[in-house]
Ligand binder design. Structure first.
Ligand code: G3H
Ligand code: 13P
Ligand code: ZN
Length: 309
């Protein structure tokens, strides 16, 4: 089976009341851990590549790794550009074999976001590629995403119909209180499900995307802190909230930080217990297994897309 778009996945997820996991990939062990988990529970998958990941690993390497995963698993897998910030980057990914791109114009004024997003949609649709747009701004810091809390803004429900109809996007990322990275909430975790519900009411049947959806699993943070790390105050989206989102119009849930935490916690523990080891296979093997265990947990106990491939 070749790489697929998200069209069929999202239609089934919307109707079935579950969500597809969109996991960020940066190297072979991450691709293998995620895809082996999905194969064992027969789940459809979105593997996503950020601009930073593309710079780190190189477009062709990532493409070939994902093609290898498709061949090995036989699963429906979509290869998606995460947070594309320009027409040129989206075009390079479309021309280079991705089946889905995100154009993130959320930092732009409304009209400029529409203009840029529509330019990408026109180019992508002519080539059978789907597009995710974004309205509203998430806080948080990653390589290429850096938004302060003051600059973050919830999605305005009264803008979504116009944005979707004028751009022709296939899915819409919204801001309801999640943020990128491992420090999402200072106090109690709070998501604006009322905004999500209003958006879903205005866009019946339309797939919504939730970014910044790592749970920042406390056991992983504890392990990092136990073995020499320092992440005081790390906090993510509680899994109950994600389960609730997955049952709603949210069809794609983005997870990256939890994968990073799982790898890092495992490698820190490994070196604490085996200080003289230096063969990368010895610590990357358990790190890959930790990713696999984590992704299986997300698919089966949070997203509900097991058995849906
Ligand atoms: O939302 C962004 C993703 O977690 C990717 O982060 O830009 O550091 O690769 P990155
Ligand atoms: P997390 O940092 O919560 O994993 O979010 C990832 C994300 O939104 C990728 O686009
Ligand atoms: Zn994101």
């Amino acid at each position: 089976m070749p790489l697929v778009t998200t069209t069929e996945m999202f239609k089934k997820a919307y109707e079935g009341g579950y969500a597809i996991g969109a996991f960020n990939v940066n190297n072979m062990e991450i691709v293998q851990g995620i895809t082996e988990a999905a194969k064992e529970v027969n789940a459809p998958l979105i593997l996503q590549v950020s601009a930073g990941a593309r710079r780190y690993a190189n477009h062709t390497y990532l493409m070939k790794l994902v093609e290898a995963a498709v061949e090995e698993t036989g699963l429906p897998i979509c290869l998606h550009l995460d947070h594309g910030d320009s027409f040129e980057l989206c075009k390079a990914c479309i021309d280079g074999g991705f089946t889905s791109v995100m154009i993130d114009g959320s930092h732009l004024p409304f009209e400029e976001n529409i203009k840029l997003t529509k330019q990408v949609v026109d180019y992508a649709h002519e080539r059978g590629v789907v597009v995710e747009g974004e309205l509203g701004r998430l806080a948080g810091i990653e390589d290429d995403v850096n938004v302060s809390e003051e600059d973050a803004a919830f999605t305005k429900p009264d803008e979504v119909e116009e944005f979707v109809s004028r751009t022709g996007v296939d899915s819409l990322a919204i801001a309801i209180g999640t943020s990128h990275g491992a420090f999402k909430f200072k106090g109690e975790a709070k998501l604006r499900f009322d905004i999500l519900e209003e958006i879903a009411r205005r866009l019946p049947g339309f797939p919504i995307v939730l970014h910044g959806a790592s749970s920042v699993i406390p056991e992983l943070v504890d392990k990092i802190n136990k073995y020499g790390g320092s992440m005081p105050g790390a906090k993510g989206v509680p899994e109950d909230m994600l389960r609730k989102a997955a049952k709603s119009a949210v069809c794609k849930i983005n997870i990256d930080s939890d994968l990073r935490l799982a790898m890092t916690a495992t490698i820190r523990e490994y070196f604490a217990q085996n200080p003289s080891h230096f063969d990368p296979r010895q610590y990357l093997g358990p790190a890959r297994q930790a990713i696999k265990d984590l992704v299986k947990h997300k698919i089966v106990h949070v997203l509900g897309c097991d058995g849906k491939a």
